[in-house]
Design a binder for this molecule. Sequence first.
Ligand SMILES: Cc1cc2nc3c(=O)[nH]c(=O)nc-3n(C[C@H](O)[C@H](O)[C@H](O)COP(=O)(O)O)c2cc1C
Length: 361
Amino acid sequence: MTNIRTELCDLLEIEHPIIQGGMGPYKTESLAIAVANSGCLGVISSIGMAATLLPDAAPIDAERLFGSDPPRALLQKSIEGVARETRRSDAVFGVNVPVASEFVLASKMFVDQVIESRESDSDIERRLRVLITSAGNPTPWAEVKRHGLTWIHVVPSVYHAKKAEKAGADIIVASGHEGGAHISWDPVHSSVLVPAVVRAVETPVVAAGGFCDGASLAAALCYGACGVQMGTRFIATKESDFEPMWKEMIVKSEERKTLAGRGLFGPMRFLRNRRSERIVEQTLEDAPRFYLGEPVESNEKILELERSGFEDLLDQKEETALMFAGECTGRISDIPSVSHLVEGIVEEAVVTLKRMHSLVR
Ligand SMILES: Cc1cc2nc3c(=O)[nH]c(=O)nc-3n(C[C@H](O)[C@H](O)[C@H](O)COP(=O)(O)O)c2cc1C
């Protein structure tokens, strides 16, 4: 099979220029294993694991999802699990740690655990090579590089990309407004954001938000990115840890079937159903006060809507379950195995790029 090799492949020592985005509330352990074994960067997601720290303010019933292990032990077990199941392919993997200010104590704890796991096991040290921070200020996290990690930071704007570059990030993920779950309020989509970030920084840029197939991987490379980070597309795969109902909804939903509204740590993009419509109604109710810069006392109402939405997810209630996805849900029509998906994406990107090349006379 003809391959595509970019700077991202060289920097991370992966075969294909594709990163699996961190995706809470699940640990994305099985997905990370399948993605890493397919030659891309598999990523463990930590955000849901922190819910056990906030029993009164967490949107998910962490015990129902993860059992009673404390957060650091959960992450350690996931790291060991992914390392074990990817040993044969000698694959590289990473951990995503959101660093929103509301979350910062948990972020520190998870970053410390990543460092400790690497220091205590030479195989993990060699293969758990990447830390992806997101949703917050990059500056305090630069020290992870001193521990031998490649540091990737996710940004929604040129301004934030310059800040991440100044902080010393090795790679910047530019994430457009069409992406699933965490987004910015500013509706700047990938077709504008990615080339703008590529021009503004010298650091290698990875494109996120709306990338789901070979044509969009080729487009990202044409924008000057060195690869893509995909979330929504990877949810709808056989190995992903997500509820079957969530996968089916992604297959069923066309591109208009997402909504952006208020989440617990900033805005989020949801699959459209009665739950997300209710969240958007609440967001609009609070909007005048946001707009005037007045404090909205608490996000109790959003918390309650999310909490019951997660319960309905686990109870398989399609109309009232809380589910996130990006607009590319409209371009997803199957639930393949990860290896089949990756092969197809690379093949299509190769064909697309060759066709582009043939247009040049
Ligand atoms: C269900 C879901 C959960 C997500 N959770 C996280 C998260 O915990 N941390 C993070 O950095 N990004 C998170 N994201 C964003 C993804 O990592 C990725 O950047 C995004 O999905 C890319 O856009 P796409 O969905 O169009 O592929 C999440 C996305 C989805 C769909």
